[in-house]
Design a protein around this ligand. Sequence first.
Ligand SMILES: [Zn+2]
Length: 264
Amino acid sequence: MVLMATIVFFHAHPDDETSATAGTMAIASADGHRVVVVYATNGECGEVPQDLAVDESLVDRRRSEAECSAQVLGVARVAWLGYADSGMAGWPQNDQETSFHRADLDEASAALSSILDEEDADDLVGYDWHGSYGHPDHVKVHPVTYRAAGLARRRPRVLEVTLNRDMLREGINRAREMNLDVDMDVDAADDGNPIGTPAAEIHWQVDVSDYLDRKRQAMQCHTSQTSDIGMFMAMPPEVFVVAFSQEHYREHGRPNGMITGWPF
Ligand SMILES: [Zn+2]
C-alpha cells in the first residue's frame, strides 16, 4: 500500500514554483499525493504586461497565471499569504510596510501554520537559508518555513529547495561554450553569497526529466514575466534539459550524501 501524503510547497512569488519545484509537484500529484502551494507574496514587483485589461491589476494577472500553473501541475489548492513583493535587494520596496521582507516573523509563520493545520500537512517544502540567491523574499521564506512547522498542530517534515551549485556551474560553462550569453555569477549572487548549495551538502536530487514538458508548460503560464520566464523559454532545448531536469532539496538532520530518488 502506498501512503498518500499532503505536501505543502511554500514559495515567495507566483512563478517560483515553476523553476524550483514544478517537476516534484507534478510527480507528487500524479502519484496521488495532495499538493498545495502557498505564495508569500502577490508578485507586485514583477513585470507589468502590456495587455492588462482596464479593470485588471498586475496582481490579478499573476494570480490567474498561478492558477494556470497549478492546473498544469495538478495542484489541489493555491493559497496566498498576501504580503507585498519586496523586490530585489536594495529596491525601495524592501522597506514597504506590507512587504514580506519586513513582515513580523510570528505573524507570517502563524498564517502559514494555520494552512498546515487546515491541510493536516505531512510535508512542508521551503527554501534554503538564503533562498538560493539572496532575494529578500526568498531569504524570508526560510525562517517562516521552520517557525510555521514548529507552530503546526502536527509538525510536518521540512525540506528546503536549493540549487545544486556544482551542476549550475557546469551548465553555465556548457552554455558559454555554445556561445550563449549567460549573465550569472555562481560565486556571487545578489547578496554576495554563492548561489545555492554544493552537491556535497544536498540530500535529495529528484530526477524530473519525465515531467519536463509539464514543467515547461507551467512556466508558460507565467507569460507576463518576460525577462525571467522568457529567458527560460528562450533556452535551446539541450540547455533547458540540463537546467531543469533535476530538482534539489536539503533536509535538516539527515546524514550527508545526496540521494537521487524520491523523497516523499
Ligand atoms: Zn521569487
